[in-house]
Design a protein around this ligand. Structure first.
Ligand SMILES: Cc1cc2nc3c(=O)[nH]c(=O)nc-3n(C[C@H](O)[C@H](O)[C@H](O)COP(=O)(O)OP(=O)(O)OC[C@H]3O[C@@H](n4cnc5c(N)ncnc54)[C@H](O)[C@@H]3O)c2cc1C
Length: 240
């Protein structure tokens, strides 16, 4: 799991001021832009947004849709990407295709990349299945699974050598190949994503994704992120 990464590509500056300005326009007689020199500081704007929009679950979340963040998500397994990609509203994705990419799988064979940089297997440890039954994923099992992934790399490489397209050869790639992607969302959709994927019943890797996404949120919009952490995070609340 220590390979998982979420890096910032870009984020709108002053997101809390932007939300405050949008909120302020709702009840302001004048054009808010005309009073831009008197906008509250970024920190104060965050506090005002919490006080007037977020506290008490008032359900007025439109102003939170203006500021956008773009991140690069790396080294997560395919299954996690699929789950996050079910979010359609306010979230955009560009995902490594495995149709135009595939040489990283062959790189494992020629020693240019480590097997575990390309495939994800859970660490050795104790887990619980969907029925609540505990089981252990042993070192021996994990090593056998790594050998299975290596075999798949060899076969994949062979297919490409024989002229097969990446689009067809990808059928034999083990399911949890790591798949990098770019994700963009706004403050509202970011919180919704965290609401659904930071829950305790969400897939373990989705929870790790949420932890890293939260760190970006915290650095970008600290007051609102802190409010989110104390009042919504991991509480299985839905749809801000
Ligand atoms: C723990 C967990 C397990 C899951 N298991 C499965 C599974 O086994 N199989 C599977 O296919 N999916 C599964 N999902 C996906 C789930 O069904 C949702 O599709 C996914 O979480 C997207 O969330 P969302 O509907 O809130 O959509 P988002 O795109 O994030 O939309 C945000 C909000 O906009 C509104 N909205 C969006 N689209 C519509 C619409 N078409 N009509 C009305 N309102 C809309 C809703 O209020 C929605 O909450 C799972 C999700 C979780 C969190």
């Amino acid at each position: 799991m220590n390979r998982f990464r979420i890096e910032l590509i870009a984020a709108m500056p002053n997101p809390q001021q932007v939300i405050w300005a949008a909120m302020h326009q709702d009840y302001s007689e004048d054009l808010v832009w005309d009073g831009r020199d008197g906008f509250p500081s970024e920190e104060k704007a965050g506090e005002l947004v919490i006080k007037h929009l977020l506290k008490g679950d008032r359900g007025h979340y439109g102003p939170l849709e203006h500021p956008q963040i773009v991140v690069n998500v790396g080294y997560f397994p395919h299954s996690m990407m699929q789950q996050v990609r079910t979010h359609r509203v306010g979230v955009s994705f560009d995902v490594q295709s495995n149709r135009y990419t595939g040489s990283r799988i062959c790189d494992v064979i020629n020693g240019k990349r480590e097997l575990e940089d390309v495939f994800y297997l859970r660490p050795v440890g104790k887990y619980t299945n969907r029925q609540g039954k505990k089981y252990e994923y042993t070192l021996e099992q994990r090593e056998q699974d790594l050998a299975w992934c290596l075999e798949a790399c060899k076969r994949y490489d062979q297919h490409l050598e024989n002229g097969m397209s990446e689009e067809q050869a990808r059928s034999i790639i083990p399911f949890d190949v790591r798949q990098h992607f770019v994700l963009s969302c706004n403050v509202r959709s970011l919180m919704h994503l965290l609401d659904l994927r930071w829950k305790k019943d969400a897939q373990l890797e989705a929870q790790k994704f949420s932890e890293l996404l939260y760190k970006q949120f915290e650095a970008w919009a600290p007051e609102i992120a802190q409010w989110y952490l104390t009042s919504r995070a991991k509480k299985a609340k839905l749809s801000p």
